[in-house]
Design a protein around this ligand. Structure first.
Ligand code: APR
Length: 242
């Protein structure tokens, strides 16, 4: 693995692949189902409107799984937190994941562009609150008191991802872009590598297999995130010490 020159401004994009070895299933299994559900049923505003109880049960089960004692951050999450802690320039970690494994590893400059499983949002007053318990259609919002207004603070298909201005700014300024564990099927994240390349960044892909991301990466490495990410991070840190 050959990485030349040192970098001033780094943007990392992560997807479900980085959490796979922590025991959290990725989205795009070959049968097109997510934990036995059609994505339309559980990850769209229309699905929520049609059957809110089903959607709440689905995310309750994801939340319980995430909070289980067998789920923890892995070596790839830890390596990214180490890179951030040692990098002297700017560093932005953008994740499509709704788990909190980057936080558990110690990442600070983190954007959850698709939201967070451990937060709820009131559709009436827009209050976002921490959420480690099951949500139900009977719940009241603690802030405005409305009943049945709480939903997972998650970006579903057809909704606008969070903090796009901050992400765009980081992409325009970065000189190293690293994509980790994402299939490149979902926009706008799938377009970030191309945007970073247009801005002059060196682009790197670390994934189990080639992603569908448009345009080519300058370098691609294929294998499990827990092996590739620590390896790349060590190289970047050693270079910056030269
Ligand atoms: N190490 C590295 N990569 C892996 C590993 C691993 N151990 N396991 C799986 N992968 C790769 C797969 O090869 C695949 O390319 O991770 C990618 C996961 O792809 P998806 O399941 O499509 O997940 P992601 O790209 O994060 O999905 C994007 O789609 O469903 C929506 O909002 C949801 O944030 C999600 C978005």
């Amino acid at each position: 693995m050959d990485l030349r020159s040192t970098y001033r401004s780094i943007v990392v994009l992560t997807g479900a692949g980085i959490s796979a070895e922590s025991g959290i299933q990725t989205f795009r299994a070959s049968d097109g189902l997510w934990e036995a559900h059609k994505i339309d049923e559980v990850a769209t505003p229309e699905g929520f409107k049609k059957d809110p109880a089903l959607v709440q049960r689905f995310y309750n089960s994801r939340r319980q799984q995430l909070l289980g004692s067998d789920i923890s951050e892995n070596a790839a999450h830890v390596a990214l937190a180490k890179l951030e802690a040692t990098h002297t320039g700017s560093f932005t970690l953008v994740t499509q994941n709704i788990d909190d494994l980057h936080e558990r590893a110690g990442s600070q400059s983190l954007v959850h562009m698709h939201g967070e499983l451990l937060k709820s949002r009131c559709t009436s007053c827009c209050t976002v609150a921490d959420c480690v318990k099951d949500l139900s259609v009977e719940d009241h919002c603690d802030h405005c008191g409305t009943q049945g207004s709480l939903r997972p603070h998650i970006v579903w298909f057809g909704e606008m991802p969070f903090e796009m201005d901050r992400i765009q700014q980081a992409l325009m300024q970065c000189d190293l872009f690293i994509s980790i564990g994402t299939s490149g099927n979902v926009y706008p994240a799938a377009g970030f590598a191309q945007q970073a390349a247009h801005a002059g960044a060196h682009t790197l892909q670390l994934n189990l297999e080639a992603s569908n991301t448009p345009g080519s990466f300058n370098q691609s490495f294929f294998g499990p995130a827990t092996e590739l990410v620590p390896e790349v991070v060590d190289k970047l840190i050693r270079q910056s010490e030269v």
